[in-house]
Ligand binder design. Structure first.
Ligand SMILES: [Zn+2]
Length: 307
């Protein structure tokens, strides 16, 4: 769910440069779609010999995963940051995999029927064909609606990893000026959050960076807190994108704490003034963590001496 605070001033938020990186699209598409066709065919040819459902699922996920990882890597190599164009390519690659798997499967059936003169196999094929079914799992042939559902699930297993892994690869902000993705530079996972987190997000959006001064690092305790992440272009340093997550804490009857993350501000562009104040907060964070580490190593030393 997108928090309301984000629509107060959309100009303050990072937007994916959908129009950048078209130069790398042709080689990216060529390589990824070729790989998708090859792995789809491999899946189709191998899966028909698998009677174990789990192995089949693992193989589909594995093939989809490999295409997804390669798409993600090549997307970064060829610098194609657009979500719409990259997402379309991911969907297309998933479709090519499913299609290639079907072609390989039908090819196998054809060869078997005409070249392998095994009456048992032909009988088996005819029986399956008569029932309008194909796959057999545990002695049960899948037909009609069940078969359609299985095919849909199979297509999902092949295609969904491709899409998800691509989304992951382009998750960070892209600096169109430098042609590179930003790095996650500062991560402050435990900050006290005075007041309503949404109000804080609204103030940040209004460039009221004084709110950073009110935030303080806290120890690992069971209380609501705030996580801040700043992603930055390492070359020009003018793309600074902040993400804030409010963490709610609930303790159940057994005494176990449950933390729930709620993104209150995603991809907020921070200006120079904000960066200066954020830098001060980062210094306080570093000091706090150093003191915490020192206290911990002191405890460790004591326990060693006790032994
Ligand atoms: Zn840059």
């Amino acid at each position: 769910m997108r928090p309301e605070s984000q629509i107060v001033n959309p100009n303050r938020h990072y937007r994916v440069p959908e129009d950048a990186g078209f130069g790398g699209l042709a080689p990216l598409a060529l390589l990824v779609l070729t790989l998708a066709a090859v792995l789809g065919a491999v899946y189709g040819a191998v899966s028909m010999h698998l009677s174990n459902l789990l192995l089949n699922i693992a193989l589909a996920l594995g093939c989809g995963g490999v295409v997804g990882v390669v798409l993600g890597k090549l997307t970064r190599t060829f610098k194609v940051p657009g979500r719409k164009i990259g997402g379309s390519l991911a969907v297309l690659a998933g479709g090519v995999m499913v299609y290639a798997a079907w072609v390989a499967w039908m090819y196998e059936l054809f060869i078997r029927m005409f070249l392998v003169l095994s009456p048992i196999e032909i009988f088996e094929f005819m029986r399956v064909a008569m029932e309008e079914g194909t796959r057999t799992y545990g002695g049960r042939t899948l037909t009609d609606v069940v078969l359609v559902l299985v095919w849909t699930a199979e297509a999902g297993l092949l295609a969904v990893p491709v899409w998800l892994l691509h989304r992951r690869a382009i998750a960070r902000p892209f600096c169109a000026a430098c042609g590179q993705w930003a790095n996650e530079e500062w991560f402050m996972p435990r900050l006290s959050c005075p007041g309503d987190p949404r109000e804080l997000a609204e103030r940040l959006e209004a460039e009221d960076y004084g709110v950073f001064d009110a935030l303080t690092p806290i120890a690992r305790v069971r209380q609501p807190h705030l996580k801040l992440t700043l992603s930055r272009c390492s070359r020009c340093r003018s793309l600074n994108v902040l993400t804030a997550v409010a963490v709610a804490c609930a303790v159940d009857e057994t005494g176990a704490a449950h933390f729930t993350d709620r993104e209150i501000c995603a991809g907020l562009m921070v200006n120079e003034d904000g960066l200066t104040r954020l830098q001060a907060l980062k210094s306080r964070w570093d000091e706090f963590v150093a003191a915490e580490d020192a206290a911990e190593s002191f405890d460790d030393d004591e326990s060693v001496e006790e032994e």
